[in-house]
Write a protein that binds this ligand. Structure first.
Ligand SMILES: [Zn+2]
Ligand SMILES: [Zn+2]
Length: 382
């Protein structure tokens, strides 16, 4: 069948080259479902992926990996969902629960996942009308389209009372920040925390730090509006590298540096800075990433490590999809976490370039409404 989609006809360093056109969607395979995409929120990874910063691709490319929608078709081997179910579709996959990585709690590394699941640039379910197969620039699916296919393992059911746009935000941005603090940093009450980059991921990390009882919580960003938002989500101190020496300021606040630092943006120089403001026994967690071939950072000194400093990474918050998403939905329902304030503006698929542009100019997280019109009020959200 055919549907409308937003794609890059060729890899380009400029996301303004994204076009809207009609494409063909393949029938779902045995272990896949087809989704009517209701909302897709924009993550900076979508922009990095489309422009080739997360790796080059040949031919046309499509992004969109924070998907919430309705199941419209199921493959013959699908057992988890049925037609009509509301779902979140995420790059994190549910594991089999039986293999060694799953038993160790690392379902992302499940041995039963399709061999392509770790590959980010693979031909997907969409084809241009001229016959060109479109590359999925984010792992596993492409949500900047009215319909998309996804492997069953990428789905988590979305409760009826949780709006699709909240499901979309949970699918990557929120879990990548909040999950990293709970599952990887494992922040304890009273420990100090700093985050570099206060977009959707960074602000979710601040929520995670506040939820865990961290104090102080230091937010670092060059955009004043994002630092304002950081305060709302629980930051106790806000530092703008354009206005101060963040290493010096952090040490004034904490003494030797922070117990936990989290990097929610790409960029080598920033990572070096974050290592330097982490306490000798502290840990730095890298969430934001660049090109797969890039080194994480250079010139880490021997003393950084001999004094016990730890450097690690965390992909997609280290969450277990169908265990953690239901918890986050309940926390949202009870007002324990704030997703609504993360969502800045709402756009239609036809306005995708405007939406990407706004995401690059201070918006926290933008929503693209695809399967439903943009709601006029929060109460009207589908
Ligand atoms: Zn993302
Ligand atoms: Zn497994």
């Amino acid at each position: 069948m055919r549907c409308k989609a937003a794609l890059m006809t060729r890899m380009s360093p400029d996301y303004h080259d994204v076009v809207i056109e009609e494409v063909e969607v393949a029938e779902p395979k045995d272990d896949e479902v087809q989704l009517k995409v209701m909302t897709c929120t924009i993550c900076h990874s979508d922009i990095h992926a489309l422009t080739g910063e997360h790796g080059e691709y040949e031919g046309p490319g499509m992004a969109g990996h924070e998907i919430a929608g309705i199941v419209t078709k199921v493959g013959s081997k699908v057992t988890y969902v049925k037609e009509g179910d509301r779902v979140i579709c995420s790059e994190v996959r549910q594991g089999c629960g039986q293999c060694t990585p799953c038993l160790k709690g690392h379902s992302w590394e499940c041995e039963a996942h399709p061999s392509t699941s770790a590959l980010f640039r693979i031909p997907g379910c969409h084809t241009r009308l001229n016959g060109e197969r479109i590359i999925q620039t984010c792992s596993g699916t492409s949500g900047f389209a009215e319909y998309c296919n996804a492997h069953e393992s990428m789905l988590c059911k979305l409760d009826d009372d949780i709006p699709f746009e909240i499901g979309s935000a949970l699918a990557c941005g929120f879990m990548s920040g909040f999950g990293a603090v709970l599952n990887r940093c494992k922040v304890k009450p009273g420990e100090s925390f700093a985050v570099c980059g206060c977009g959707g991921v960074g602000l979710s990390a601040i929520q995670g730090a506040a939820y865990s009882g961290a104090c102080p919580i230091i937010a670092i960003d060059t955009v004043p509006g994002k630092l304002e938002a950081a305060k709302k989500f629980g930051a106790t101190h806000c530092l703008n590298p354009k206005e101060c020496d963040v290493i010096e300021e952090t040490k004034k606040i904490t003494g030797l540096g922070v117990d936990h630092s989290l990097v929610a943006v790409a960029g080598k120089g920033l990572k070096k800075q974050m290592i330097d403001l982490t306490a000798p026994w502290g840990q730095m967690v890298v969430v934001g990433h660049g090109h797969p071939r890039d080194e994480v950072c250079s010139d880490i000194t021997y003393m950084n490590f001999l004094r016990g400093k730890r450097l690690t990474g965390c992909v997609m918050g280290g969450v277990n999809l169908r265990l953690d998403i239901p918890k986050y939905m309940e926390m949202y329902r009870l007002g324990k976490i704030d997703i609504d304030s993360l969502l800045t503006h709402r756009f239609t698929l036809d306005q995708i370039v405007e939406a990407l542009d706004d995401s690059c100019h201070g918006a926290l997280k933008n929503v693209v409404y695809i399967g439903a019109p943009v709601p006029k009020t929060l109460a009207e959200r589908p």
